[in-house]
Design a protein around this ligand. Structure first.
Ligand SMILES: [Zn+2]
Length: 266
């Protein structure tokens, strides 16, 4: 149901609610990523890494707490990384964008879960240059879980399977050849798995657009941050931005492009 069906107040209320839900999800996933990387337990109260003070619920409100504390621990003054604030705002905006595009319904829920998993992959890739396989599996499971909410589930399953297999295999072969020619690893295994999983969700035209946009974003990011990522380059964030862009906006662009080709075909 598009948001235009609702009164403006209700629509803004829903957008604010999903923004906050996104910020809460970001806060949780950030915390999990950091704890698992440090080898700490997943459960337990959050604490300041500087003085060990256990954070009160008021200090744990996504977005607002970081702003209210001006990015510093209330007790020892240790700086709290802007990573928390930025991730929470990005997740919130990402959730709101999905609701704006799809309105209230199963599609919005399916893509919200997908992009939560992809955003988790981005956090892991940026921190460790690796992505746990369980995240790829979650993204694939989400596709299967929501199949029944689509008008023709078996057609979607067949198309998804072949797009995934086709793009996964094509990228794998290209990377193997490039690795041999250049004598170095050109693309990580996680990137190839990522592309195969996204093939479940996008059709071949959207996949091509996604790869073009992903490479353009990746080139832009690598130019800006070359100093920080010397030994490896996390490509999944660039690809995820491209997937988000394609899920929300690919169809009008592809139609416009095919429209340009139309006179040439006749
Ligand atoms: Zn502290």
């Amino acid at each position: 149901m598009p948001l235009s069906y609702f009164t403006p107040v209700a629509a803004v209320g829903m957008l604010a609610a999903v923004f906050f839900a996104g910020a809460v999800a970001a806060s949780f996933i950030n915390c999990m990523q950091i704890r698992l990387q440090k080898g700490e337990g997943v459960w337990g109260r959050s604490h300041c890494p500087g003085c060990g003070h256990t954070l009160s619920p008021l200090e744990l409100i996504p977005v607002f707490s970081w702003l209210a504390l001006r990015g510093k621990c209330r007790h020892c003054g240790e700086r709290i990384s802007a990573r928390y604030f930025l991730t929470e705002v990005i997740f919130g905006a990402m959730y709101a964008g999905i609701l704006l595009r799809f309105g209230l319904g199963w599609a919005a829920l399916e893509y919200t879960v997908l992009f939560t998993v992809l955003a988790a992959e981005c956090l892991w890739d940026m921190a460790t240059f690796e992505v746990p396989d369980v995240l790829h599996l979650l993204a694939a499971a989400n596709f299967l879980l929501f199949l029944g909410t689509h008008p023709a589930p078996l057609v979607r399953l067949r198309d998804g399977f072949f797009t995934s297999l086709g793009f996964g295999a094509a990228i794998l072969v290209t990377v193997l050849i490039a690795d041999r020619l250049l004598h170095k690893e050109t693309m990580g295994g996680a990137d190839i798995k990522f592309i195969a999983v996204i093939g479940l969700y996008l059709n071949w035209a959207q996949m091509l657009l996604m790869l073009i946009v992903g490479c353009l974003v990746g080139i832009g990011v690598s130019l800006g941050y070359r100093a920080g990522w010397k030994k490896a380059f996390p490509f999944i964030p660039s690809l995820s931005v491209a997937v988000y862009f394609c899920v929300l906006a690919a169809d009008p662009i592809i139609q416009w492009y095919l429209g340009l080709l139309e006179p040439a075909l006749h």
